[in-house]
Structure formats: structure tokens, C-alpha cells
Design a protein around this ligand. Structure first.
Ligand code: GUN
Ligand code: FE
Length: 454
């Protein structure tokens, strides 16, 4: 009789395309034992009434109340979990100085598993409370603490993709924070991959190991080559920082006489399962290489405003068929919320298009056709992230995981400005995008399991 594990009733917003929103009013969402959306049933469908009859009043049924909406869970394509401990601070100096002054000393403390547990417990819970159901994490160079992060994702029900960071070049990294040597870095990475693949078998939502050279400047050629081989051998995800700032981009040009994209490709690190953070300085042929190899970009708009010395031309890369998702880049980006990053993506793109230097004539200030809409930014945070990872997530659609956030626009302490009960749902969607805060996120579900509620 009750064929489905759960049945939800309510209105949902999801991306139909990068520019269009799909609104399903008062639909039924039928979730199977695997936590996947097996059927979506419209009110006019014949089965609607009989399904309601069968499930209403049982503990498998949940109807959203007035003012509540389903959104897909967010996919954060770039988070440094250890840096959560310094979020909001230390943003006053350039990338190279920031790494050496603040970030490497902090990350070195994750050799202490108790400290690691405290921070990692908190960052995973915080991201879930912000609606992030899938996160692609950088941990630190420490194998044990990196595995602990994967275990915490597994036990809290978040879909975590976790990388043990590789920094094997003794010339480029401080003695107190780097891999002992290249062969240890590769052996630790291999053991980490095997351990996380084992751990994944115990989870419903999946956890995944990620091959993670921090960025080219922190790795030797031998290290990069070995990591490319491990990614192929175990068919893993790969993540790194790519062409982020003037300094990082210039360093790679000097060393290899080519851009990051081609250098990474030479080492086997651009694959369908690769996600490269930032990518501000990608040239056209780099973007084409990304599209050809299936490599995705993690666009980190808040962080880019501090460290990147430029604004990424999202619209131009989309036109070249490059997959793009959104990343918080904690703590280069101060906010754990992809809502904040959605807003910044739109704001930054408008500043790129319109230009900001009033001493230039208006027509010379900006880069034409750079603007993205709030709908496009929402797409990046959801479906774009899911496509980047080649996982069935980020959309409320049959065959996708039941990874959702329940947004409540009518909580008394923080009501959104909706005064007309017949207000157009597309306006409500935009109000949610611009005004929602964590207190509006009532519930978060991953793969059919409730993992957060307030
Ligand atoms: N490049 C190398 N490491 C980092 C990091 O931790 N954050 C950012 N934003 N860029 C990096
Ligand atoms: Fe980063």
C-alpha cells in the first residue's frame, strides 16, 4: 500500500535551465527507499487524490504550511573546512601573505585530532543549517584529520567530498606545515582514498575522496604527476586552485611557460570529475580545455572580491559550455551561506559589466555582457554544482536525490515582506533569494533523511 518511503506536498522552486525557474505548485513528491525522487505528481494528475488518501495522516506524509517552500539543497563546490576557525578575520592582506601569516599556522594545528573534531563538527553542522547539503571540502595535509572530516560528514548525513591536501614541495611550503616528502604525500593520499571509499559503503548519501593538490605552487612535478595517476587509478574527484590571483597565475606561467589549465592537464589533473576553484584568469583556450575535459569551475564571488584581483566572467565561460558551480571558499570568503554568495555573484557581475571607475567615460568602464541574473546565480548554487560533480543532485526533479531545504517566509521573528497572499510566486522566489537567512531554513533533508531542523 505505502509504496514510497515518504510523500511530501508543497510548492517547490528549482532550475529549469540556467536562466529559468521551474515552479511546481502544490505538487506531491514521492521519495523511494534510496532517498531519491521517484515520482512528482501534479494536482491535476489522476493519482493525486488517491496518493493523498493513502498517505495523509501517516508518519510518512508531510505537507508544507502556508508560506513554506521547497528549494534544492545547495552544493558548495569549494570550502576549506579548517579555515572555518578564522572565518571573518584576516582578510586585510594579499593571498600569499594571508596563507603564510594566518592560514598555514591555523591549518598546521589540525595535527591535533581533538581540535580538528571541534572545528569540523561545527563547520559541517553550520553548513547544513545554511542549506548546504553537498560540500566539496579541502581538509589539511593531515591524513587522520582529513578522514575524521569525512567521518563527521558521514555521521551528520551531509554529502561530503573530502580532500587530504597535498603540499609536498619543501622549497615552497613552511617546514611546520607540509607533507614529509613526495612519496609520503602520495602514499597518504592513496590510503586516504581507500579509507574514504570504504567509509562510503556505510552511508546512504555518499562520501567521496578527492585528490587535492593545494595549488601548483605548493607541489613538485613528481607530486602532481603521482596525484594525476592516483585520480585515474581510483577514478576519484580532483580539486585545486586554478589561475586565482595575479601572483598565483604569474607563478605558474614562470614555472611552466603556460597557464594553470594546461599545466594541470599535463599532469592528468583535468578530468570529468575535476573542479577548479576561482579560475579568474582563464583565457579562451583554457576555458575550451575545461569544456573538452569536463572540468568544472567553482566560482567563489565573495573570496574573489578580496584575493583574486579580478571578477570572473561567468557569462563568457557559460557561453563556452564550461560547467560552473558556486563556492563559499571559507575563509577566503567569510560567509558559510551560499545565499550570500548568490547575491555577491550577481553584484560582482553587474560591477564588471558597468565598471566602477567614474574617471573613465561610461562606455569605457565595464565589460559588456557580463551581468548574470539572480536566477543564474541560483542555478550555480544548485543544478550547476550538481552537474559539475556529475551527481543527480541540485534539482527537484524525478531521478534526483531528495536533497532539499524548507524555506519558511513567515516565521514571526524574521518575516519576509510578503503582504499579499496571492503574490506572484516568481516574486516570492526573488525575495527568498535576496532576503533569506539561516533562520528561514526550517528543515534540511539529504537523500531522504532529515539532517537539520529549527
Ligand atoms: N590558494 C592556495 N591556497 C588557498 C586557500 O587556502 N585559499 C584561497 N582562496 N586560495 C588559495
Ligand atoms: Fe580556496
Amino acid at each position: 500500500m505505502s509504496k514510497y518511503m515518504q510523500l511530501f506536498q508543497g510548492t517547490s522552486f528549482s532550475s529549469k535551465s540556467p536562466t529559468e525557474i521551474q515552479v511546481l505548485r502544490d505538487h506531491l513528491y514521492c521519495i523511494n527507499d534510496d532517498g531519491m525522487i521517484e515520482r512528482i505528481v501534479a494536482p491535476e494528475d489522476a493519482e493525486y487524490a488517491s496518493l493523498l488518501d493513502a498517505y495523509q495522516g501517516t508518519d510518512k506524509f508531510q505537507r508544507l504550511e502556508a508560506g513554506q517552500y521547497f528549494l534544492p539543497g545547495f552544493v558548495d563546490l569549494h570550502v576549506h573546512a579548517p579555515q572555518w576557525a578564522q572565518s571573518g578575520t584576516a582578510l586585510d592582506i594579499p593571498l600569499y601573505d594571508w596563507l603564510n601569516t594566518y592560514t598555514f599556522p591555523l591549518e598546521s594545528k589540525f595535527s591535533d585530532l581533538e581540535f580538528a573534531r571541534t572545528v569540523y563538527d561545527d563547520v559541517v553542522s553550520t553548513l547544513l543549517a545554511n542549506g548546504t547539503t553537498t560540500a566539496l571540502y579541502f581538509a589539511t595535509v593531515h591524513k587522520e584529520a582529513s578522514l575524521l572530516l569525512a567521518q563527521i560528514c558521514a555521521s551528520k548525513g551531509q554529502r561530503g567530498l573530502v580532500g587530504k591536501v597535498v603540499m609536498d614541495d619543501p622549497e615552497q611550503n613552511p617546514e611546520y606545515y607540509r607533507d614529509a616528502d613526495t612519496s609520503t604525500a602520495l602514499a597518504d593520499t592513496e590510503e586516504f582514498i581507500i579509507a574514504v571509499q570504504e567509509l562510503a559503503k556505510t552511508t546512504k548519501q555518499g562520501v567521496y575522496p578527492v585528490v587535492t593538490p593545494r595549488f601548483i605552487p605548493s607541489c613538485t612535478d613528481e607530486g602532481l604527476r603521482g596525484l594525476g595517476e592516483l585520480a585515474a587509478k581510483y577514478d576519484t574527484y580532483v580539486q585545486s586552485h586554478c589561475s586565482e590571483s595575479d601572483w598565483a597565475h604569474g607563478y605558474v606561467k614562470n614555472r611552466f611557460h603556460k597557464n594553470d589549465a594546461f599545466a594541470l592537464h599535463d599532469f592528468g589533473l583535468l578530468r570529468d570529475k575535476s573542479v577548479m576553484a576561482h579560475c579568474n584568469f582563464l583565457e579562451d583556450q583554457d576555458a575550451e580545455l575545461f569544456a573538452d575535459t569536463g572540468t568544472a569551475i567553482a566560482h567563489c564571488p565573495i573570496s574573489n572580491a578580496y584575493f583574486a584581483n579580478s571578477v570572473i566572467p561567468v557569462a563568457r565561460f557559460h557561453a563556452k559550455n564550461v560547467e560552473i558551480g558556486l563556492g563559499s571558499d571559507i575563509s577566503g570568503g567569510f560567509s558559510p551561506s551560499l545565499f550570500d554568495n548568490i547575491r555577491q555573484a550577481v553584484i560582482s557581475s553587474r560591477m564588471l559589466e558597468d565598471g566602477v571607475n567614474p574617471s573613465l567615460p561610461a562606455e569605457d568602464r565595464g565589460v559588456p555582457d557580463s551581468r548574470i541574473t539572480i536566477h543564474q546565480a541560483f542555478y550555480l548554487a544548485t543544478a550547476g554544482g550538481g552537474d559539475s560533480l556529475s551527481l543527480p543532485i541540485g534539482r527537484i526533479q524525478e531521478g534526483y536525490a531528495w536533497d532539499v531545504q524548507v524555506i519558511d517566509t513567515s516565521i514571526p521573528s524574521a518575516k519576509l515582506p510578503i503582504f499579499d497572499e496571492h503574490e506572484d510566486v516568481h516574486d516570492i522566489f526573488q525575495k527568498i533569494m535576496y532576503l533569506a537567512r539561516p533562520e528561514h531554513i526550517r528543515e534540511v533533508w539529504v537523500q531522504g533523511d532529515k539532517v537539520h531542523s529549527r
